[in-house]
Design a protein around this ligand. Structure first.
Ligand SMILES: O=C(CO)COP(=O)(O)O
Length: 249
């Protein structure tokens, strides 16, 4: 059985003070970790305070990006070693905003995925088609290529520990979503790609989230799809009540 994983992606929101105010507002209301894995992916500068706060609580803390090298002359970058030392457990890789604005490529996502596993971080690997690609009927082709490249040369055990987030680019921050059935269909296809690239056993273990305009009032329909194992949520994860409602499904 795959445990659902609901992750908030705060993007470039919240100062340390705001992050801690959020943390205090949810800390007594977090759900049973046997039922759902709750994760907050926050800006780098808030991670030390959030990791400290999260100790012993049923919530994991993640970063939103990292470099693939352990150290070096990469001004402005953060390495997996630095995240690991802090006690960060997850890292979002290949988010469409990073692909669009910060030159992230399928090749760098693959290097980062290997680096994440080397340092014991769980990668949340984002894939998804643009509006134009969807209009041209290329959704599955695009997603297939992104998944195969991201997972290239990983071991079966590493893939099983990875999380994939299917985030159609046109659904991010727009209030538009595919239907739950459409999202479920693409996610089932991603599982099929993982079965071909690795094995049915690996495909059965890897968790695949849906992301893109997920809110408390629509998460239930996505979670009802057999192949959808959770959600990666932007805007709606910023408010304590909404985040708690998302965790309740
Ligand atoms: O990009 C997203 C999560 O990574 C989705 O953002 P929204 O939930 O704000 O659409």
């Amino acid at each position: 059985m795959r445990k659902p994983i609901i992750a908030g992606n705060w993007k470039m929101h919240k100062t340390v003070a705001e992050a801690l105010a959020f943390a205090r507002a949810i800390e007594d209301k977090l759900p049973d970790p046997e039922q759902v894995e709750a994760v907050i992916c926050a800006p780098f500068v808030t991670l030390p305070a959030l990791v400290e706060w999260a100790k012993g609580k049923p919530v994991g803390i993640g970063a939103q990006n990292m470099h693939f090298e352990e150290q070096g002359a990469f001004t402005g970058e953060i390495s997996p070693v630095m995240l690991k030392e802090l006690g960060v457990q997850y890292v979002i890789l290949g988010h469409s905003e990073r692909r669009q604005y910060f030159n992230e490529t399928c090749e760098s996502v693959n290097l980062k995925t290997h680096a994440a596993h080397k340092h014991g971080l769980i990668p949340i690997i984002c894939v998804g088609e643009t509006y134009e690609e969807r209009e041209e009927g290329q959704t599955k082709e695009v997603v297939r290529s992104q998944v195969i490249k991201a997972l290239n040369n990983l071991t079966a055990e590493q893939v099983k520990r990875s999380v994939i987030a299917y985030e159609p680019v046109w659904a991010i921050g727009t209030g538009q979503t595919p239907t739950a059935e459409e999202a479920g269909d693409v996610i089932a296809y991603i599982r099929q790609v993982a079965a071909e690239q690795f094995s049915p056993d690996v495909a059965d273990a890897i968790r695949i989230q849906y992301g893109g305009s997920v809110k408390p009032d629509n998460i239930g329909q996505f979670m009802q799809q057999a192949d959808i194992d959770g959600a990666l949520v932007g805007g709606a994860s910023l408010k304590p009540d909404a985040f708690l409602a998302l965790l309740e499904g």
